[in-house]
Design a binder for this molecule. Structure first.
Ligand code: URA
Length: 209
């Protein structure tokens, strides 16, 4: 089984309770998604490599640690993944951004890719795929397949809510991919929605409810 990290942090639980609440407005929802994304980026970067550098403070010369020059590519899956982008960029401002457009066919529940644009250095970068909902795992696997076909080798997948089904599908197909979930929910309903969930994340982020 691949690596899964499920957050158990008071701030994350608190913020997700407002995402779940159907009375939360679109601006609030968008703001909270980004706040959670920031906290997730902080944890995902825990093992980022550091280098030692010499810095002159106003008082002395000292050795400091800085992030090694390893590029990070953030890849939001359109469109709901865009909701997490700003939060990740706030914590990782030097990251490049690639996009993968994937739409779910509401009858088959299968993801259908329709757009992609990635930076050339995706092959050497740490690629972090953003999608708030890891439901069936279909679009996650499809996006990861595509990223690997473009040469990506170091991939992390970050979602706010996920299910065992989604985790299993990703880990079986891509045991090398690290998955971070802010919380895990018990079930998917017959329409492929996470229950209790938070509804359609894209609709709630973009106000298309
Ligand atoms: N996508 C969503 O936006 N919500 C779900 O519950 C499942 C997939």
């Amino acid at each position: 089984m691949g690596f899964t990290h499920i957050f158990d942090h008071p701030l994350i639980h608190h913020k997700i309770s407002f995402l779940r609440d159907k009375t939360t407005s679109t601006p609030q929802f968008r703001q909270i998604v980004n706040e959670i994304a920031m906290l997730m980026a902080y944890e995902i970067s825990r093992d980022f490599p550091l280098v030692t550098t010499t810095v002159e403070t106003p008082l002395a010369t000292t050795e400091c640690k800085r992030l090694a020059e390893r590029s990070v590519v953030l890849v939001p899956i359109l469109r709901a993944g865009l909701g997490m982008l700003e939060g990740f960029q706030f914590v990782l401002p030097s990251a490049s951004v690639g996009h993968i457009g994937m739409a779910r066919n509401e009858e088959t529940l299968e993801p259908e890719p329709y757009y992609h644009k990635l930076p050339g250095h995706v092959t050497e970068a740490h690629v972090i795929v953003l999608d708030p909902m890891l439901a069936t795992g279909g679009s996650a696997c499809n996006a990861i397949d595509f990223l690997k076909s473009q040469g990506a080798t170091d991939i992390t997948f970050a979602a706010i809510l996920g299910t065992d089904q989604g985790l299993q599908k990703v880990h079986e197909a891509h045991p090398d991919v690290r998955v971070y979930l802010a919380e895990k929910d018990p079930v998917l309903n017959e329409h492929g929605y996470i229950v209790p969930g938070l509804g359609d994340a894209g609709d709630r982020i973009f106000g298309t409810v």
